[in-house]
Write a protein that binds this ligand. Structure first.
Ligand SMILES: NC(=O)c1ccc[n+]([C@@H]2O[C@H](COP(=O)([O-])OP(=O)(O)OC[C@H]3O[C@@H](n4cnc5c(N)ncnc54)[C@H](O)[C@@H]3O)[C@@H](O)[C@H]2O)c1
Length: 272
């Protein structure tokens, strides 16, 4: 499979300012938000890298700066309204506009309604769904003033399909994120704002080594099973998500609004 890590994309986001929430990754390597932040910067955007883990945000901003791009790293818990507002304020203070909002933050907790504690259910909802509500609450007024903006929310094919894991809170939060985004798409279409969703399938990112490995005997078995499940025989990676995000964020997608785009090698079509 082609390695997209260093694919040239220059100029496609020239002059744009992006906020990437969850711009780090939860372990070594490339997470979806980290690759997207770096790709946005390679395409010419100035990028505010926000993450609950300040070191992860710094690492991503450092990669961008080392490649000659423009980035700022800030810590932010996406479930805290005042911290999210501070990100919007800092971006405006630094660069005076926000053209792109990329909501990448997401976590998974295993369990159906019986196994899952009420606290864990609520935490997944807060992070996966309420976080996107809060970023939109604070960024949309800025986009409305500008008369333009593009929002890309990262959901999952688990929003529309059983993923193979007992994931009640993940299914519910990602499904709601899809429809939340579709509502935004229509509500603000006449004000120059687009909103779309990316639904990754089985991706090989650091998150799966933290949050999914426990379902298998060991990491090797987990990787083998996930490659095998994919129609292509291989999981996708963070760059597949990042390139889809770049397209949806760019003016090349100016007439694409309210789409929930699977990035999954066709997995959503499978029955067996
Ligand atoms: N990896 C996959 O197979 C897969 C499949 C479908 C969907 N996704 C989605 O892609 C997105 C990113 O996944 P990834 O694999 O790159 O994960 P990742 O864990 O590597 O990256 C997510 C980042 O979000 C940050 N974060 C977590 N909680 C936060 C909070 N409260 N506030 C701010 N930042 C917070 C983490 O610190 C991390 O840096 C998630 O929304 C996930 O649900 C992943």
């Amino acid at each position: 499979m082609a390695d997209l890590t260093g694919s040239p994309v220059s100029g496609r986001l020239n002059g744009k300012v992006a906020v990437v929430m969850g711009a780090g990754s939860s372990g070594p390597g490339w997470g979806n938000g980290k690759a997207t932040a770096v790709l946005f910067a390679r395409a010419g955007a100035k990028v505010l890298c926000a993450d609950i883990n300040p070191n992860a945000a710094e690492e991503t901003a450092g990669i961008i700066q080392s490649e000659g791009g423009t980035a700022l790293a800030l810590a932010c818990d996406v479930t805290k309204s005042q911290q999210v507002k501070a990100i919007a304020d800092a971006t405006m203070g630094e660069w005076g506009r926000i053209d792109l909002l990329h909501n990448n933050v997401g976590i998974a907790e295993m369990g159906g309604p019986i196994e899952l504690s009420e606290e864990k259910w609520q935490r997944v909802m807060d992070i996966n769904l309420n976080g996107a509500f809060l970023t939109c609450k604070h960024v949309l007024p800025i986009m409305l003033d500008q008369g333009s903006g593009a929002i890309v929310n990262v959901s999952s094919i688990a929003a529309i399909r059983w993923s193979g894991y007992p994931y009640a809170s993940y299914y519910a939060s990602k499904g709601a994120l899809n429809q939340f985004t579709c509502g935004l798409a229509i509500q603000y279409a006449r004000q120059g704002i687009r909103a779309n969703v990316i639904m990754p399938g089985l991706m090989d990112t650091p998150l799966i080594r933290q949050q999914i490995v426990g379902q298998y005997e060991n990491e090797e078995e987990m990787l083998r099973a996930r490659h095998e499940k994919s129609p292509t025989g291989r999981m996708g990676d963070a760059w597949d998500v990042a390139h889809a995000a770049l397209f949806l964020a760019s003016d090349e997608a100016k007439y694409i609004n309210g789409v929930c785009l699977p990035v999954d090698g066709g997995h959503h079509l499978k029955m067996a």
